[in-house]
Design a protein around this ligand. Sequence first.
Ligand code: NCD
Ligand code: ZN
Length: 369
Amino acid sequence: MTTIHLPGLVDAHVHLREPGYEHKEDFGSGTAAALAGGVTMVLDMPNTQPPTATADLLLDKARLAAAKAVCDVGLFVGATNTHADAYLPVAQRACGLKVYVSDTFGSLRIDTLELMHRFFRSWAELAGEVGYRMDGHAHGIGPIAVHAEELMLPVCLSLSHLYSVPLHVVHVSRRSEIELIRRAKQRDVPVTCEVTPHHLFLSTDDLGRLGALGDMRPRLASADDVAALWENLDVVDVFATDHAPHTLDEKQSVAPPPGVPGVQTMLPLLLTAVHAGRLTVDDIVLRCVHQPRRIYGLPAQPATHVEVDVDARDVLRNEQMKTRVGWTPFAGMEVIGKVVRVVLRGQVVYEGDQVLAAAGSGRVLFQEG
Ligand code: NCD
Ligand code: ZN
């Protein structure tokens, strides 16, 4: 047995479903799943019910998270067609602004270029006053994170360039997209991007086996797209899961919602790739700790680490999953590398497959002031 210590991981893209969809997940169950996956900080998306589109709704959500979370939580505000930029008064209490321009679960897709101008313009104006936290300042605002697939990607790159607003492209999944982001970076567009484990380790070849359990947005891609993500890893700033739980009943219904859980399985999958010689441990720490911290201006977590047995073999099973929905699209997959213990701010919060942290011991980021 070889045990290594890693810093606590950041998962910069999770859907913890509270408020409104607590039958899928809440801040307690979702952050418990995070600790079991060696993740000590998560950034939570705004497509809840109601969506996190106004100042009051962000503050309400912060209270819910503070009461239940067992790891640290940052909260996104979300752009909507109806509330415009009503989130602006609390922009500094959010980790960033999420804008959906492609279809997915929830109702947050922005429909007009006019609104897109407004979101980028008002974000740039506010940054002119308070600065970007991502530059290393403790205060200020984070980037605009976009769900922008296919032809929507160049629209967002262009707005980022024209307004000089840092853009983070979530869950990049296609060769055309990663190659475009490479070119944009070469031309000094202020863009960063993330890739999910499911787009690295699954492809359309798995769809027959998985059915609706393999349906998410962006959809699983071809083997060539998957190869392109691996070939262009130097362009990939962040690994993040897009942990998007839906119940098995919902996934087996006539109109299954897109999305799959993932926060607990990211580290074992990435460590298995290390074992196979496709990644190094440093590649993981860069993309799951240092880069998310830099991009979102996240605080370091003192006296925090994850102990991993890098030789332990395990077969991922639904029963191990701490997410309320109790399943994983990776069930049956053999992994090498197991989270043994997690220490957060000097406290053992996970050990022997058990979450030991008290509800509410996780902190909600950026709420002071
Ligand atoms: C996400 C969800 O269920 O909230 N679904 C998904 O397929 N990824 C929404 C999203 O991140 O697009
Ligand atoms: Zn998502």
